[in-house]
Every structure is written in C-alpha cells, then in structure tokens.
Design a protein around this ligand. Structure first.
Ligand code: HEM
Length: 90
C-alpha cells in the first residue's frame, strides 16, 4: 500500500486505492519518536540500496510534507495539525 501510494503521488503509473494519510493514521497515536524511527529506516534503506541523488532528498521532502497528517493524536477527521508536529525531521 505504501509503495502504491508513493508511486502514484510521484507521478505513476500506479494507482493507490487506500485511505487518505489522515484517515489511515488517525487515532494510532503516532508520536515524534515513531516518526523519527520510520524516517531513519526510510533513509537507511535508500542508502543501503544506493538510490542515486537527488531522489532520496526528494522522497524525504515529500514524506515530511505528509507529517502533519500522520503524527499527532488525531481523534476525528477534519482536525487541523497542531504546531508541535511541524518540527523538522532531523
Ligand atoms: C510518510 C510516511 C508514511 C506513509 C507514506 C504511510 C503510508 C501508509 C499507507 C499507504 C497505509 C495504508 C492505508 C490503508 O490501508 O488504506 C498506512 C497504514 C498504516 N500506517 Fe502508515 N505511513 C507513513 C508513516 C507511518 C508511521 C510513522 C507509522 C507508525 C510508526 C505508520 C503506521 C501505520 C499503521 C499501523 C497502518 C495500518 C492502519 C490500519 O490498517 O488501520 N505509518 N500507512
């Protein structure tokens, strides 16, 4: 699902049929620690796979743009992001 989502968002040719990032992650109580660990795994994977520049930076920038919909204590849809979830990833 993540691969399809990222593939579609970066121009295709895949089609993502899952929920929005906010819907999928609301209520999961994903915090900064979870976020940083996931980001580290993503960066480590791209390093290990020798993904050529500038792709890793682009992927990280895109993923960071999704952070407000993923990190935080979402209790209901339509809630806007709170300032504390907008700190830089590294
Ligand atoms: C930008 C980073 C992330 C992306 C692009 C992403 C993407 C996705 C996608 C596409 C799904 C499937 C949605 C669906 O089933 O409709 C999903 C589900 C899920 N994600 Fe993420 N995710 C991200 C970050 C995280 C983080 C940081 C965590 C926790 C450490 C997390 C935990 C989960 C869990 C537990 C589910 C399953 C939810 C359920 O089935 O109810 N995700 N994510």
């Amino acid at each position: 699902m993540i691969v399809e989502f990222l593939c579609e968002q970066s121009g295709g040719p895949c089609f993502y049929v899952g929920r929005s990032m906010k819907e999928a992650h609301q209520g999961l109580k994903i915090d900064e620690k979870d976020w940083n660990e996931s980001a580290r795994l993503l960066v480590d994977s791209m390093t290990e796979l020798k993904v050529p520049n500038p792709l890793p930076d682009k992927v990280v920038a895109f993923v960071v743009s999704l952070k407000p919909d993923i990190v935080g204590k979402w209790s209901q849809l339509g809630q806007t992001s709170s300032p504390e979830v907008n700190s830089p990833m590294f």
